[in-house]
Design a protein around this ligand. Structure first.
Ligand code: 6PG
Length: 255
């Protein structure tokens, strides 16, 4: 079932496996369109468990050959402050589930240097890498073809956590910040960077997300408490692919 409100589309699917398939089909469609029209496709990957199912599908016989991987450029929407081989690394998860299984040139992989002690410098370096890849003028933000996003049961997305200063950062493309709730530093694309994307695709699965998804989609606008609400592409598509369990408390879709 698909529901469109304004520029926001909500696609409700049966379960997490179906979610991964629909997300893979959307990824293939967007990649094909971008490569046909401009010769390359830029996507910022999300961490967490939900997108891992998508990455495994993209690397499977069902989808792998449908994407022209040499024309795909991979970035990250956020990263934990750990080395690339750390079990918590979003980069490592993407390598194991996707990158090591498809023919994407290593020069097309733009990893956040999250192991660096000087986190502010690492964030600046990543921002510089975006500026040069996207050939940005001063003050401009990159326009990704696709930014993949998950959502925590506290309403966070990427590493934009509730009541953190990251939510108000508008001058940088990328930032590193200490997340009290986690007792850890995180890297994240900033809100203006994410909101420049051609398409933001949320992948949300499981009953634990149902209460907060209802608040995010149907409740009052409270971006400090529900950062996922801040994601509103300025000139792009906002797509939520959610499974029936996560959609279980939505009123307006009659699930
Ligand atoms: C991360 C993610 C984070 C994730 C949510 C949802 O680095 O963990 O970027 O924002 O998307 O926590 O995670 P799940 O999909 O595992 O529920």
């Amino acid at each position: 079932m698909t529901k469109t409100t304004g520029k926001r589309e909500i696609l409700i699917v049966g379960n997490s496996d179906e979610l991964s398939h629909r997300a893979a089909q959307e990824f293939v469609r967007l990649a094909d369109e971008a490569i046909r029209t401009k010769g390359f496709f830029t996507v910022a990957l999300s961490g967490g468990s939900t997108p891992r199912g998508l990455y495994l599908q993209l690397a499977s016989d069902a989808y792998r050959e449908l994407v022209s991987w040499p024309h795909v450029h991979l970035f990250w929407g956020d990263e934990r402050c750990v080395p690339p081989d750390h079990p918590e690394s979003n980069y490592r998860m993407a390598c194991e589930a996707l990158i090591n299984r498809v023919s994407i040139p290593k020069e097309n992989i733009y990893r956040i240097p999250a192991e660096q002690e000087d986190r502010a410098r690492a964030a600046m370096e990543y921002g510089q890498a975006l500026k040069s890849f996207f050939r940005l003028n001063a003050g401009a933000f990159p326009r990704f073809d696709l930014i993949l996003l998950g959502m925590g049961d506290d309403g966070h997305t990427a590493s934009l956590f509730p009541f953190t200063t990251a939510l108000d950062e508008t001058g940088s493309l990328v930032l590193a910040h200490y997340v009290e709730k986690l007792g850890a530093y995180r890297f994240t694309l900033s809100v203006p960077t994410i909101n420049q994307t051609r398409e933001a695709m949320f992948l949300i699965s499981g009953a634990s997300k149902a209460p907060v998804l209802r608040e995010v989609l149907e409740g009052d606008y409270q971006p400090q408490r529900l950062p996922a609400q801040i994601i509103q592409p300025v000139n792009g598509r906002l797509l939520f692919i959610v499974d029936r369990e996560a959609a279980g408390k939505l009123r307006q879709t009659g699930v």
